[in-house]
Design a protein around this ligand. Sequence first.
Ligand code: ZN
Ligand code: MN
Length: 250
Amino acid sequence: MAWPEFEARVKGGDTPVFMPIGSHEQHGLHLPLNTDCLVPTAFAERAAKEVGGVVVPTFVYGYKSQQKSGGGQHVPGTLSLDGATTIGQIKDIIKELARNGARRFVMMNGHYENQAYMVEAIDLALRELRWEGIRDARFVATNYWDFIDKPTIERIYPDGFLGAELEHAGVMETSMMLVLHPSLVRMDRVEDHKPASFPPYDVYPIKGELTPRQGSLSSPRKATKEKGEILLDVCTKGIVGAVRKELAKG
Ligand code: ZN
Ligand code: MN
């Protein structure tokens, strides 16, 4: 949009502004490096359509890939930000949007490791906005996978759910990408492999060999378009419900 449309939509403060936050991170042999950008962007677009929101450009880099949730920084193609940079870029844009009149924010995280940094960016932005006399900014912070409820898990994972962390480049992300961007998913490259197994502690430097060779932390083999439709539907409904409940006008 051009600035007059932006002004008309954002200035009054009633329009929910969706901020997708992604990463540039390896996603196995079969998914693109910007998977964590494409998925939350799609959720933001779908939810914004329902609630009359606007979507700002996606943050395309995120916090460092952790071995137990993203395979780790050692896998080629993973380009990440330091924690302070991750926080700073999000906080800066929140404040810029607030300076333009935005007051209702929907944070759409698509990368597990961003969570604490997103929360810190919100907290610092709220504090600094208060210093500027802005006290009515409100946020809904989401990780789309948190909306996947038990009945959905039972439908998608009849053999058991390993947890959101081990879903990195597994059935969940692959299924959604089969719906959203099928031309970017190379199912012919998918290899069935055991889920990653990690000790209940961390060592640094990490032992790269604990990450499955493929880069995915669990096998994407059972991903289907149908599962992707279910996941997209459940999470979109959840996000829309949260925005309606928490960011209603007045
Ligand atoms: Zn991912
Ligand atoms: Mn990720």
